[in-house]
Design a protein around this ligand. Structure first.
Ligand code: GLN
Length: 493
């Protein structure tokens, strides 16, 4: 049951082979057994969850079900959900109960999907290993000594360990694709503006974008059909016609032009990961695709550019946490300024403080031109690289992450090494382009454990339906996306 596709689950619900309450209970039981170890969920509310499942069953019985009616979904704890604890992985919001729903939550509610719970994440989505969460790290279901990736680490582990049918994530610099690669499932970051950011706690507003994290491209398409769409409450939401993201899944790939950026296969890429990506590309050639070598000459600047712009935006976004209206407030203080300082000092973790410091610095008078403005100019050059590249190819492929899942603790004291995890994903956020990670095989590390590797597919603006087609065709001839970690071997499930 837990390994079934969304389409199959939907059919089983429609044919009354199972009820949403039974399906939801199956996942809740699994969460009870595994979550104490994996720590994927940080808020559960079984009563609310089962009430939604019951309502879904009634809707199915009444004959007005949608494809995801009754399907249990895990929600990243960055989305405000009315009546739910919504923490963004931070002590600052540890006791915040959201008074309203994010657009994404509203969309899932509207189709009668079931909210299984809120998933763990790096604090304010800042991180690549889930180790900056106030609620502790998340274990990678493929190897408990390793990280699941970040910042959507809880959603990633929940999908990989089958603690949900699918999950939501957000991706500011790679937080859907990098954990998808490290945990072996399919994740999509849509074109900027396709999914509304309303009620999604802000990190870097010009980069943040929500997307699906699921077992397959087909599942991601069904999730996108719910998540995407215009919302007037987000001024960057794009007013485009509704589209069916599953419409192109079955198109043959004959003649598809795949661009391979030479910069993505240079120094810094793990040899085992490179071998998996090469095998995947060979598979695409068999499917009729043509390979074109391309260049993204400014891509090497994407990490430094991001670590000027994202902290700048974060320092501004996070200034709202002042201990006055909501969020953590220090218990003891002498005056207003002292209250601000102590509340923020106590409420934010070290990585968040580092970003606020960097962001405030690069925006300050005297440094703005040298850092912030310069980074904005280079961002434009990075966009231009992609514009040129897409004149030569339909999609771009490469690795999603430079290595397989690393050990917990391995990079926590070395922020630059941690930041380099997003070397292949960040440029697409800077350009606002859509990107995916698709399971493409395994690489065996020094200790003999086989760990998942993700193939990244980058598309042109609004080309999600084509990317999903490209991923789906690959998933018709490979079975990497059906693999799941053997938790029974750990004596767990
Ligand atoms: N790892 C990157 C960071 O720490 C990206 C995070 C994200 O996409 N939310 O900022």
């Amino acid at each position: 049951m837990i390994n079934r596709s969304l389409k199959t689950l939907s059919q089983m619900l429609a044919e009354k082979q199972i009820s949403s309450v039974e399906l939801t209970q199956t996942f809740l039981n699994r969460i009870d057994a595994l979550n104490p170890i994996i720590n994927a969920y940080i808020a559960l509310d079984k009563e609310k969850t089962l009430a939604q499942a019951k309502a879904a069953d009634a809707r199915i019985a009444a004959g007005n079900a949608e494809p995801l009616t009754g399907i249990p979904i895990a929600q990243k704890d960055i989305f405000c959900a009315k009546g739910w604890q919504t923490t963004c992985g931070s002590k600052m919001l540890a006791n915040f109960i959201a008074p309203y729903d994010a657009h994404v939550i509203t969309q899932f509610d509207a189709v009668g999907a079931v909210n299984l719970g809120k998933t763990n994440m790096d604090e304010f989505a800042m991180g690549s290993s889930n180790e900056t969460s106030y609620f502790g790290g998340v274990k990678n279901p493929w190897d408990f000594t390793r990280v699941p990736g970040g910042s959507s680490g809880g959603s990633a582990a929940a999908v990989a360990a089958r603690l949900c049918a699918a999950a939501t994530g957000t991706d500011t610099g790679g937080s859907i694709r990098q954990p998808a690669s490290l945990c072996g499932f399919t994740g999509l970051k849509p074109t900027y503006g396709v999914v509304s950011r309303y009620g999604m706690i802000a990190f870097a507003s010009s980069l943040d974008q929500a997307g699906p994290m699921a077992k397959s491209a087909e599942d991601c398409a069904l999730m996108m059909n719910v998540m995407a769409g215009f919302d007037a409450r987000d001024s960057t939401s794009l007013n485009r016609e509704k589209e069916d993201y599953a419409r192109n899944l079955n198109k043959p790939l004959q003649g598809l032009k795949i661009g391979l950026p030479k910069e993505f296969f240079a120094e810094g890429l793990d040899a085992g990961v490179a071998a998996v990506i090469e095998t995947a590309i060979a598979e695409y050639k068999k499917l009729g695709a043509e390979i074109v070598e391309i260049s993204l000459p400014n891509t090497g600047l994407s990490i430094p550019v991001y670590y000027v712009l994202a902290p700048a935006e974060a320092s501004s976004n996070l200034s709202r946490y002042d201990g006055v209206r909501y969020g953590h407030r220090a218990e003891q203080y002498t005056d207003l300024m002292d209250m601000y300082c102590k509340s923020r000092a106590e409420g934010f973790g070290a990585e968040v403080k580092r970003r606020i410091l960097i962001g405030t610095y690069v925006l300050s008078a005297g440094y703005y031109d040298a850092y912030y403005l310069k980074a904005q100019q280079i961002r434009r050059l990075i966009v231009q690289d992609f514009v040129e590249a897409f004149k030569q190819c339909d999609v771009i492929m490469g690795p999603a992450a430079p290595s397989t899942a690393f050990k917990a603790g391995e990079k926590v004291d070395d922020p630059v090494a941690m930041y380099l995890q997003d070397i292949y994903t960040i440029s697409t956020n800077l350009a606002g382009l859509p990107g995916m990670s698709v399971p493409a095989g395994f690489s065996t590390g020094g200790d003999g454990k086989a760990l998942p590797v993700g193939l990244q597919i980058i598309g042109n603006y609004f080309d999600e339906a084509r990317m999903l087609n490209v991923a789906h065709q690959y998933q018709q001839v490979t079975d990497w996306h059906t693999r799941m970690p053997d938790l029974a071997a750990e004596g767990l499930a």
